[in-house]
Write a protein that binds this ligand. Structure first.
Ligand SMILES: [Zn+2]
Length: 446
C-alpha cells in the first residue's frame, strides 16, 4: 500500500514537473511579433494596376475575393498582381502605403492630372472598404487603426515628376493626405537625378531641389529617397532636418543594382535616424540572373543592413504590384509572416532577432521616423511657406536634355522672358541623358 502511495505521489510530481517544463518551452514564432506591432509595408502599387487594368473603375475590382487564380488578376493572367484583401489579412498587414505612381512618360505633360487621378482612386478605394481600410495621415493613428482591426492606409506619391517642379503642388498633395513623396522615379527631374544615371551626374540636387526638401520638412511630408541617384541620397541626407525613408530599396553591397543603397549612405541613414524599407523585387535582391531569387536573398539584405547600422533603421517595402517577379517564398502579400518566422530562427552566423527587433522591423521604426518628421514640422510651425519657383532656364535646359521641344506645351509665367539663344550657346545638348530622350528627338510639339 505504501509503495502504491509513493508511486502515485511520484507520478503526480512527474506530471507537475512535466507540465511546467512544457509550459515554459518557448513557443514564440517570428510571426507573433506581427500581433504586438503593426506590419507596415512602405510600397504597394495596386493603385497603378487599378489604373492600368480598369482605368480606376473600382466597381470592377473584387478586392474582397482571393484573386490568386482570377482570370484578370490571377498569377497566370497578370505577372505584377499580388494583392487582395484575403491575402493582406493572411499576411498580417497592419499598415500600407498605397502608391500614387504615374509613368515618367507623363513628365512635362499630364503627370499632375494623372497623379491626381491616382490619389483620387486611392482615397475612393479606402472609403469603399470602411471595415478593413482606414485613411491615416498622422503617425499616432497607425497603431490605433491597426488595433481596431483595420489596415492603416497611407498615401505616397512616387516620383518628383508628379510635382511638376512646384512647391504649390507639393503642399496641396499634403492637404489631400499624401504623406511621402519619392523625389524621383526612373527619370531625372529638373532638380534631382534618378538612380538610372549611373554614368555621372546631371543635376544632383539643385538649389530648387533643396527648397523642395526644406518645404517637405516644414509641412511634415516624409522624404523618400528610393529611386534617386546615390549622390542625391548623400546630398539630401546632408541637408534634411527630418529623418528620411527609403520606401522600397535594398542593400547595394549585397546586390549592386543602382536602386539599392550603398554602405556609406546606410551609415548616413543611421546618423539621420531614418529607415530603409527593404524591397523584395527579385532583380534588386538577387544579382545572379542564373537562378531565381528566394526569401533567403531578402534575408541577406535585411541582415546586412542590420549588421551595418543596427535594427533601428530597417523596415519592409515589398514593392508588390509594382514589379513582375517576386522571390520564391514571398510570392504575394500573404507571405510576410514566413519572413518573420525565418528571421527569428537566426541561423548560424546571422544576427539574433528578438521580439522587440522584429517589432521595429515590422513597423515601429517607420512610426518613429513618421513621428520625428511631425515633430520637425511642429518645430517649424512659425516658418512661412517657401516661395521658391523653378526658373524658365532650368526648365528649358531639362526639357531640351530630354529631347523635348522646350516650353511648347507650357504657358506658365516662368517661360516668359527666357533668352533661348543664350541658353543654347552656353549649354551643350549633344548628350541626352536617357534612352527615352533619343526616342523623343523626332517628336515635334510636346
Ligand atoms: Zn518604385
Amino acid at each position: 500500500m505504501v509503495y502504491i502511495n509513493v508511486a502515485v505521489c511520484l507520478s503526480v510530481l512527474l506530471l507537475v514537473i512535466g507540465l511546467s517544463v512544457g509550459l515554459s518551452v518557448n513557443t514564440f514564432r517570428g510571426r507573433d511579433a506581427l500581433d504586438s506591432a503593426p506590419l507596415i509595408d512602405g510600397h504597394n502599387d495596386l493603385p497603378y494596376n487599378l489604373y492600368g487594368k480598369l482605368n480606376n473603375h473600382l466597381s470592377d475590382f473584387n478586392f474582397e475575393s482571393d484573386l490568386s487564380n482570377d482570370s484578370v488578376w490571377g498569377k497566370k493572367a497578370c505577372d505584377s498582381c499580388f494583392t487582395d484583401l484575403p491575402r493582406l489579412l493572411k499576411g498580417k498587414v497592419g499598415g500600407q502605403f498605397w502608391v500614387a505612381y504615374v509613368s515618367c512618360s507623363s513628365q512635362y505633360k499630364d503627370s499632375l492630372q494623372l497623379t491626381m487621378r491616382q490619389i483620387d482612386v486611392i482615397r475612393r478605394f479606402i472609403q469603399k472598404y470602411p471595415n478593413n481600410l482606414q485613411l491615416v495621415t498622422e503617425a499616432g493613428d497607425i497603431e490605433t487603426t491597426w488595433r481596431s482591426g483595420k489596415i492603416a492606409s497611407m498615401i505616397g506619391v512616387e516620383g518628383g515628376h508628379s510635382l511638376d517642379s512646384s512647391l504649390a503642388v507639393l503642399r496641396l498633395y499634403y492637404d489631400l493626405g499624401v504623406r511621402y513623396v519619392t523625389l524621383t522615379h526612373t527619370c531625372n527631374t529638373p532638380w534631382a537625378d534618378a538612380s538610372t544615371v549611373d554614368d555621372g551626374y546631371v543635376y544632383n540636387l539643385t538649389e530648387f531641389g533643396q527648397a523642395m526638401v526644406y518645404e517637405m520638412n516644414r509641412i511634415g511630408m516624409l522624404v523618400d529617397l528610393s529611386h534617386v541617384s546615390h549622390n542625391v541620397m548623400r546630398e539630401v541626407l546632408a541637408i534634411t532636418k527630418a529623418p528620411v525613408i527609403f520606401s522600397h530599396s535594398s542593400a547595394f553591397s549585397v546586390c549592386n543594382h543602382y536602386r539599392n543603397v550603398p554602405d556609406d549612405v546606410l551609415h548616413l541613414v543611421k546618423k539621420n535616424n531614418g529607415v530603409v524599407m527593404v524591397n523584395f523585387y527579385s532583380e534588386f535582391v538577387n544579382c545572379n540572373a542564373s537562378r531565381n531569387a528566394t526569401m533567403e536573398d531578402v534575408i541577406k539584405h535585411i541582415n546586412h543592413i542590420r549588421r551595418l547600422i543596427g535594427p533601428d533603421h530597417i523596415g519592409i517595402g515589398g514593392d508588390y504590384d509594382g514589379v513582375s517577379s517576386m522571390p520564391v517564398g514571398l510570392e504575394d502579400v500573404s507571405k510576410y509572416p514566413d519572413l518573420f518566422d525565418r528571421l527569428y530562427e537566426s541561423r548560424e552566423g546571422e544576427p539574433r532577432w528578438t521580439k522587440e527587433d522584429l517589432e521595429k522591423l515590422a513597423g515601429r521604426n517607420l512610426i518613429r521616423v513618421f513621428q520625428a518628421t511631425e515633430a520637425v514640422r511642429d518645430s517649424l510651425s512659425s516658418e512661412l511657406p517657401y516661395e521658391e519657383t523653378i526658373t524658365g532656364n532650368e526648365l528649358y535646359i531639362a526639357q531640351r536634355r530630354e529631347g523635348f521641344n522646350p516650353g511648347s506645351c507650357q504657358s506658365a509665367i516662368e517661360w516668359d522672358n527666357i533668352n533661348v539663344s543664350e541658353i543654347e550657346q552656353s549649354n551643350s545638348f549633344s548628350h541626352f541623358t536617357t534612352r527615352a530622350a533619343y526616342q523623343r528627338l523626332e517628336v515635334n510639339g510636346c
